[in-house]
Design a protein around this ligand. Structure first.
Ligand SMILES: [Zn+2]
Ligand SMILES: [Zn+2]
Ligand SMILES: [Zn+2]
Length: 256
């Protein structure tokens, strides 16, 4: 399984437009962060986690040729506003592209992208999506996919566990706390990825300290944090995190 971080930044992205702070002006390429999305290639299957507003640029940067299915985490703008950029991929598929989301996220997607269940006007194109509500583990193209409920403000938030060929990857891009049942599902993964917004606490996101403590409890073979904001540089985050846990960055690829 190969995991590629298409974006690792918080909702503003880094640099934030109009900001002159040291991180937004940093010469370190790892401090340039698109909004969070992850590509998972498992065998011949390509899965995308979330559709941020940067999705088109991310697809071009990584020359993504196909997306077999999409795993949505929640309905915040930084995770869904690139949804329509799935269209070039759905256009090439014989069947509608499957997208899985929590019930709350599916409801929001149907409201914002109201054409989802309607056929296009002849001669025009719409993203052809089959939107599923994910409540329990299921199999798709040789992968075992498990929704991971987590607490993230008012969002109906789920992370995802992806398993194939004896390898497992868990990611919860945005979260403040993780219920014990989800923690249990994450335990001993080959790669675990969690939200870590900044150094100061935040009401709906983990900070570096909370994320590191939770990742230690999960005990994955490799642990990474994402969704960083401009209050912390990549180098600072790397120094602050304990041994064995590091910040991901845009373009990082991990082979499991
Ligand atoms: Zn977010
Ligand atoms: Zn800044
Ligand atoms: Zn969020």
């Amino acid at each position: 399984m190969r995991v590629t971080f298409l974006g690792t930044g918080t909702s503003y992205g880094i640099p934030m437009p109009g900001c002159d702070c040291p991180v937004c002006r940093s010469p370190d390429p790892r401090d340039q962060r698109y909004r969070t999305a992850i590509l998972i290639e498992a065998g011949a299957t390509t899965l995308l986690m979330d559709t941020p507003p940067d999705l088109r640029s991310q697809c071009l940067r990584h020359d993504i040729r196909k997306i077999d299915g999409v795993l949505m985490t929640h309905d915040h703008a930084d995770h869904i506003f690139g949804f329509d950029d799935l269209r070039p991929y759905t256009n090439r598929m014989p069947e509608p592209m499957p997208v899985w989301a929590s019930a709350g996220t599916a409801q929001t997607l149907r409201r914002i992208f109201h054409y989802l269940d309607r056929p296009p006007i002849p001669g025009t194109s719409l993203a052809r999506i089959h939107l599923h509500t994910a409540e329990r583990p299921f199999d798709f193209m040789g992968c075992r996919l498990t929704p991971l409920p987590a607490e993230h403000g008012r969002a109906d938030m789920i992370g995802w566990k992806i398993e194939r060929g004896g390898k497992s990857f868990v990611a919860i891009p945005d979260c403040k706390t993780i219920p014990p049942a989800t923690l249990e599902l994450c335990r001993n993964a080959d790669l675990a990825v969690l939200d870590a917004l900044r150094i100061r606490p935040h009401p709906t996101h983990m900070n570096l300290e909370e994320s590191a403590a939770t990742l230690s409890r999960i005990g994955a073979k490799r642990s990474l944090v994402i969704h960083l904001c401009h209050e912390v540089s990549h180098a600072e985050a790397e120094n602050l995190l304990p041994a064995g846990i590091s910040p991901a960055y845009d373009g990082l690829t991990v082979e499991l």
